[in-house]
Design a protein around this ligand. Structure first.
Ligand SMILES: Nc1nc2c([nH]c(=O)n2[C@H]2C[C@H](O)[C@@H](COP(=O)(O)OP(=O)(O)OP(=O)(O)O)O2)c(=O)[nH]1
Ligand SMILES: [Mg+2]
Length: 188
């Protein structure tokens, strides 16, 4: 796990739920980013690329123009927030291999034909990471929450980007809500 130790993550979540005065919906999204020493974006960007963890995520649309979204589990970093499926690249893997593996492990589908659309250096809760978002043009199978997590298709006009981690919010605002993705999907 990339976040706080599980016990700490749970304590954080429970405290937030019991003591905070914010709405029930907002309480579900507990950002633990920054629990480790905070680095500015400039400091993060100066870290050598081979010294930060790489994370790959995929954005997939179905034939109705809906986007595939999952909910992060309790007790992990960004607990209960929404996310695009994906995860950490392992040492022996390319980004593409990691993306294929993560989609099989998390949502049970095989993905193909993808393109990098946005990337960003992030101050994670336990370590800095570099996140890469791929637009996935083809997939095989029917997605479901292999690890028991909620997985669903969301209409683009129903996306509330505040429910996603900060890096994903930027992607949604600049790539999805602007319809930039349509050009990428239909460009051959
Ligand atoms: N999957 C995913 N992770 C995201 C998104 N935005 C974002 O900041 N992250 C962060 C959360 C985590 O700190 C990090 C890695 O994601 P992860 O928790 O899915 O990693 P993983 O699947 O390998 O999980 P694990 O084996 O470590 O439990 O990326 C997103 O849209 N999707
Ligand atoms: Mg994951």
């Amino acid at each position: 796990m990339d976040g706080l130790p599980k016990e700490l993550g749970d304590i954080f979540t429970n405290n937030s739920l019991s003591q905070s005065a914010i709405s029930l919906e907002e309480q579900k999204f507990n950002v633990v980013e920054g629990a480790q020493p905070f680095l500015t974006q400039e400091e993060l960007d100066l870290l050598p690329i081979d010294q930060v963890r790489h994370v790959v995520c995929g954005v997939i649309f179905n034939e109705y123009g809906q986007v595939l979204v999952a909910r992060r589990r309790a007790g992990v970093d960004y607990a209960n927030s929404l996310e695009f499926p994906g995860g950490k690249v392992e040492h022996h893997e390319t980004h593409e291999e990691a993306l294929v593996r993560e989609f099989e492990e998390e949502v049970g589908i095989t993905v193909a034909n993808f393109k990098l659309v946005y990337d960003k250096r992030v101050n994670g809760s336990s370590e800095p990471f570099h996140i890469y978002f791929y637009l996935i043009k083809d997939f095989f199978g029917h997605p479901y929450g292999v690890e028991g997590q909620e997985v669903f298709w969301l209409n683009v006009d129903e996306i509330d980007y505040n429910r996603f981690p900060p890096a994903t919010q930027i992607l949604i605002q600049n790539f999805i809500l602007t319809n930039e993705y349509l050009q990428e999907i239909y460009q051959h």
